[in-house]
Design a protein around this ligand. Sequence first.
Ligand SMILES: Nc1ncnc2c1ncn2[C@@H]1O[C@H](COP(=O)(O)OP(=O)(O)OP(=O)(O)O)[C@@H](O)[C@H]1O
Length: 316
Amino acid sequence: MSSTPALELRGLTKTYGGKLTALTDVNLTIRPGEIFALLGPNGAGKTTLIGSVCGLVKKTSGKILVFGNDLDEDPVRPRYEVGLVPQEINFDPFFSVAESLYIQQGYYGQERDEARVKEVLTALNLQNKADSLTRALSGGMKRRLLIAKALVHKPRLVFLDEPTAGVDVELRRDLWTYVRKLASEGTTIVLTTHYLEEAEELADRVGVINEGKLLLVEEKKALLRRLGEKRLIVTFTGPVTELPESVRKTGATLAADGKTLTYPEREGSAPAGDILRTLYTQGLPVGDVETRHSRLEDILIDILRGKPAAAAAGAA
Ligand SMILES: Nc1ncnc2c1ncn2[C@@H]1O[C@H](COP(=O)(O)OP(=O)(O)OP(=O)(O)O)[C@@H](O)[C@H]1O
């Protein structure tokens, strides 16, 4: 596989109306074939970033390179390699499903390719709807069609902006399977989502953006590891003043009120069971015991609150 980045943003900045800076000096390299999840709260700048690459938003400054091609030098052809599944449904209700895909092929400078349209419709389970008017589709089918539209010209870089917002669990699972398949075939995927479970499930790397600034870019696995794969949480029936030294040494911490112990179990660290055994043998008043897998949600909250440990890796 080529090592040319699928996308490079260098100092990308966007100011709306000379006032609101939606993106500030964003530097980001997306590797070919990866699934990259861009996370951040409402208004963080995710759609602006995607829009700048896809030609829907005019950047204020900075460089955008798609598979090594600078969009300032050629704003059209490199974008033929890009597909976008937008947040909002945007097709003409008077065309049929198949027609809207043929139009899309033309829009991307391609010949009408019936076999490809059939293939995409089948992949998205819309084969029986080819002749239906798009306005006659259910909400979930419209979402499938949005994805079909984004893929029909075989883009090598696909942006999915909130692809599963408002869809049912089954469709979400189907889409995840399909996204994984695309990635396994070498398509690069950039995904924004408010469902952190989705990013956890799919992403190879995660980027966090807030107020137009990219705060962190890291491998998802490393990010989850950093917080501890698992947390042991012990609630005591009465306040404890001090933890046994052997427990303290493991990195376990006692809450200020002495009522809870938290232990992030990391690779190679003491097993949670050893800590529990010590607590019992030392006669500490163990009440409730809970183990919890770390979630991207915990990490994201820490990063957005500016906790230094969480943001240690910095943006790349
Ligand atoms: N066309 C526009 N004109 C003026 N301001 C805009 C425009 N589009 C977006 N903004 C502003 O830019 C900022 C970033 O918006 P953007 O839509 O990129 O965020 P987002 O991360 O995609 O949010 P969400 O998760 O809510 O979709 C917001 O403050 C938004 O109000």
